[in-house]
Design a protein around this ligand. Structure first.
Ligand code: WQD
Length: 339
């Protein structure tokens, strides 16, 4: 079965291309490389021992989208392509609404026109805002997102749901990601943040390798075990495998189907626990200090993954130690390749 992977050269997209291939699917990447590197294609070839088909196109280009889906006889789509920098979305909301929502509308338009039924959508735990209770389940009421980025995910989920409510013959799953970290154990692909990383783990590994002088922990006066924020950090390979499980579930469903699943570990870790795990596993001391809180940060969130396990037959297999070990191995590989 040929699967179109929009944003397939990105962090989660590339790891999903590996797991799709391992599961016997044939992924076809469409990526405009606006926030990803062509080197990812080389890394994929090293892992898969063969080239992955790709099109350097923008999935807002409906004509291109339709041509590719027809030519490749696409039977399913995984829609990753989106801008995802929370901070930037606050400064440039229209860029985020136009691209993240626009591209989803165009993917749906082409799927309906060509009779492609299966769609897995990349959503985010950010739709929960600061939940009143944790762990959050898929029935936890969504809250106004803390950023335009998060709001695009909420709006896209509503678009998908309403498309199904209207009776369209589609089968759609939205996966709400928690915090993806780590890299493929082969160190051939991993996270490639552009500029100064806003996410925690790439900032940790860049500090450890010497690119950044020091990590600032954004606040230790929260109401948590050690005062730092709690998140659900999931290994990106486990997250990638959830997309294969989602496609398998869609294959068993009728033509008018929408469902939502949390994709996390089901447990929370504090920022300091991540730092300590990174230091212990990789036998090094990280240079960090406690700084002021970062505006917009949610104090505590992690997900219940019972539904994903029961209905989708998926749960995480990797540990936090695997994640911080693979993240460090990847950062060292990047440094080696730069030499
Ligand atoms: C995690 C924790 C920070 C950097 C965002 C998006 C989410 C998803 C993942 C796209 C927080 C702390 C961080 C640093 C720190 N993105 N931190 N020092 O904010 O949970 O989620 O990225 O899908 O949608 O909202 O991730 O990695 O930025 O922060 O102390 O230099 O690490 O305060 O508590 P976040 P993050």
């Amino acid at each position: 079965m040929k699967i179109l992977v929009t944003g397939g050269a990105g962090f989660i997209g590339s790891h999903t291309v590996v797991e799709l291939t391992n599961a016997g699917y044939e992924p076809v990447i469409i990526d405009n490389f606006n926030n990803s590197e062509k080197t990812v294609l080389k890394g994929l070839r090293r892992i898969l021992k063969r080239p992955v088909k790709y099109y350097e196109k923008d999935c807002n280009d409906v004509k291109a989208l339709e041509q590719i889906c027809k030519k490749e006889n696409i039977e399913g789509v995984i829609h990753f392509a989106a801008y995802k920098a929370v901070g930037e979305s606050v400064e440039k909301p229209l860029k985020y609404y136009e691209n993240n929502i626009g591209s989803t509308l165009k993917v749906l338009e082409v799927m309906l026109k060509l009779g492609i039924k299966n769609l897995v959508f990349s959503s985010s735990c950010t739709v929960y805002g600061q939940p009143d209770e944790i762990p959050v389940t898929e029935d936890t009421p969504r809250k106004p997102a803390a950023s335009p980025y998060g709001n695009t995910k909420t709006i896209c989920e509503d678009i998908l749901r309403d498309t199904i409510t209207a009776g369209n013959p589609l089968k759609i799953i939205a996966l709400r990601y928690f915090n993806p970290i780590g890299a493929h154990p082969s160190a051939n692909i991993g996270e490639l943040p552009r500029g100064v990383p806003s996410n925690l783990v790439p900032f940790i590994t860049q500090t450890a390798i010497g690119i950044r002088q020091k990590l600032t922990v954004f606040g230790n006066d929260y109401n948590t075990s050690d005062g730092t924020n709690v998140r659900d950090f999931i290994h990106v390979v486990d997250l990638a495998k959830a997309h294969v499980s989602a496609l398998k579930l869609l294959a068993t469903q009728q033509d008018n189907y929408y469902n939502v699943f949390n994709v996390g570990t089901g447990k929370g870790n504090t920022v300091l626990e991540i730092i300590k795990a990174f230091e212990k596993v990789n036998k090094l001391k990280l240079n960090y200090e406690i700084g002021p809180r970062r505006p917009g940060d949610v104090e505590k969130i992690y997900g219940s993954v019972e539904k994903s396990e029961k209905v989708m037959g998926w749960k995480t297999e990797k540990t936090l130690e695997d994640s911080v070990r693979d993240a460090w191995r990847w950062e060292k590989k990047i440094a080696k390749n730069k030499k």
